[in-house]
Write a protein that binds this ligand. Structure first.
Ligand code: NAI
Length: 461
């Protein structure tokens, strides 16, 4: 007799979505998490709190700097950091309650504690939580990822902070050095720069947001520089000396020179690593040389009945990618035939302007020798963007020269985050640029920019 059909270890977006999907398919499910608020990194110290702070800090700087030209005159605009932090924390609590509500609704057992796998035989799998042994037919490992650091740099969350620390600073640092110009580095730079910090971002590559289409990276760099953020590209942080202030030693690979930047806080945002500590799987479940759990195309590990999804198996470390895999693995276990289309997972950086991307970048198409056409629409030509005073940026559509099929869409602009989801639907249905051209879009709206970029591509020779 088993206690459960499925135990999910990890209650983040991958894990809790998996638990809910499996319960909908009629399985008896438990979900274990070491934190009392379920929702994982995304809810507690990732997507949700960072977007709350991005929203508050943007509202502050927008009200202070931009509203006057719309005829709104506000004197003495100020902010209260403690209230901003409380606002963020309240949203986290509320959304955590939402997950509890769904668990109750679908009769999923929520177990608080560190889950460890203690028996690995098919049909006789066991998970121990705080000394209690639970028998189950299947296990899904959805334990996510942890912050990475650099050799010799100790993240103490006091002076040298990770993204977690950067979400809870109780004072605005006068000088903040950010190591890494990926999503975390750029979003947190935006928050603290808007609130008054002098921010310097040090990035190893010669461009920021390196995974994005190059044209997007260049435009975002120029926008963020105009907002006052400084960038040192082709530069590597070698060490940090801790004294009265922090001395960040930076080696420029372009000039072969070493320099020092003084900082009050340093944010280390150089990526994340898979989290498998304490699971008890080390000599049982196969991992690759970077520690990611290895799975086949059904998310099965080398042990029958044990599956893994999300950040812990690698690929794009995105909440929505983990969610897709969570639902898919629940479908595998329930005997359905799932499919995750990894080609069309959107990615977004929530700066202002935001950048978003889906499908192939121009560089990837060039390297693959594909023939493509570019369709573009500048937001300066879009009515909605103009009237809302957010006309910076563009939509860039990459279309197959032979078939007119959309191969990639790259957007920089105030609405890039929501607009990318129309492009995802289009690409999921294999849309050609002409298909979008022939679909009526409401006016005046931001989505017209995607349509106009498709029209531009369709009529290009
Ligand atoms: P990342 O991998 O996206 O970027 C890290 C950057 O640090 C890279 O550009 C790398 O070249 C640079 N770097 C590494 N070592 C360095 C050194 N010694 N000196 C200077 N630069 C150095 O990692 P990030 O931003 O920490 O994000 C972690 C994960 O979380 C990513 O997979 C990201 O996609 C995800 N995430 C997604 C968000 C979103 O979807 N909006 C928001 C936040 C995180």
């Amino acid at each position: 007799m088993t206690d459960y059909d499925l135990i999910v270890i990890g209650g983040g977006p991958g894990g809790y979505k998996c638990a809910i999907a499996a319960a909908k398919f009629g399985l008896k499910v438990a979900c274990v998490d070491k934190n009392d608020i379920f929702g994982g990194t995304c809810l507690r110290v990732g997507c949700i709190p960072s977007k709350a702070l991005l929203h508050s800090s943007y509202q502050y700087s927008h009200t202070k700097n931009d509203l006057s030209k719309l005829g709104i005159k506000i004197k003495g605009v100020n902010f209260d950091l403690n209230e901003m932090l409380s606002y963020k924390d309240a949203r986290v609590q509320e959304l955590g309650k939402g997950i509890e509500y769904l668990f109750n609704l679908y009769k999923i057992t929520k177990i608080n504690g560190l889950g460890k796998i203690t028996a690995f035989d098919q049909g006789n799998l066991e998970v121990s939580v705080e000394g209690k042994v639970l028998k189950t037919k299947n296990i899904v490992i959805a334990t996510g990822s942890d912050v990475s650091s650099l050799p010799g740099i100790n993240i103490d969350e006091e002076n040298i902070i990770s993204s977690t620390g950067a979400l809870s600073l109780t004072e605005v640092p006068k000088r903040l050095v950010v190591i890494g110009a990926g999503a975390i580095g750029l979003e947190m730079s935006s928050v603290w720069s808007r609130l008054g910090s002098e921010v310097t971002v040090v990035e190893f590559f010669d461009r920021i947001a390196a995974a994005m289409d190059n044209e997007l990276s260049k435009s975002l760099l120029s926008s963020l520089q105009k907002q006052g953020i400084k960038f040192l590209l082709s530069s590597k942080v070698e060490e940090i000396e801790q004294g009265k202030t922090l001395n960040v030693k930076v080696f420029s690979t372009k000039d072969n020179q070493m320099s020092t930047i003084e900082a009050d806080k340093v944010l280390v945002a150089v990526g994340r690593k898979p989290c498998t500590e304490g699971l008890g799987i080390d000599d049982k479940i196969g991992k690759d040389n970077r520690g990611f759990i290895q799975v086949n195309n059904k998310y099965e590990t080398n042990v029958k009945g044990i599956f893994a999804i999300g950040d812990v198996i690698g690929g794009a470390m995105l909440a929505h990618k983990a969610e897709e895999e969570g639902v898919a693995v629940a479908e595998v276990i329930s005997g359905q035939l799932p499919h995750v289309d990894y080609e069309i997972i959107p990615s977004v950086i929530y700066t202002h302007p935001a950048v978003s991307s889906i499908g192939r970048t121009e560089e990837e198409l060039k390297n693959a020798g594909r023939k493509y056409k570019i369709g573009k629409c500048q937001f300066a030509a879009n009515g909605r963007a103009k009237i809302t005073d957010d006309a910076e940026g563009f939509v860039k559509v990459l279309v197959c020269s032979e078939t007119d099929t959309i191969l990639g869409v790259h957007i920089i602009g105030a609405y890039a985050d929501t607009l990318i989801n129309e492009t995802a639907v289009a690409m999921a249905y294999g849309a050609a640029a002409e298909d979008i051209y022939r679909i009526c879009h409401s006016h005046p709206d931001i989505n017209e920019a995607f349509r106009d970029a498709c029209i531009d591509a369709f009529f290009k020779k």
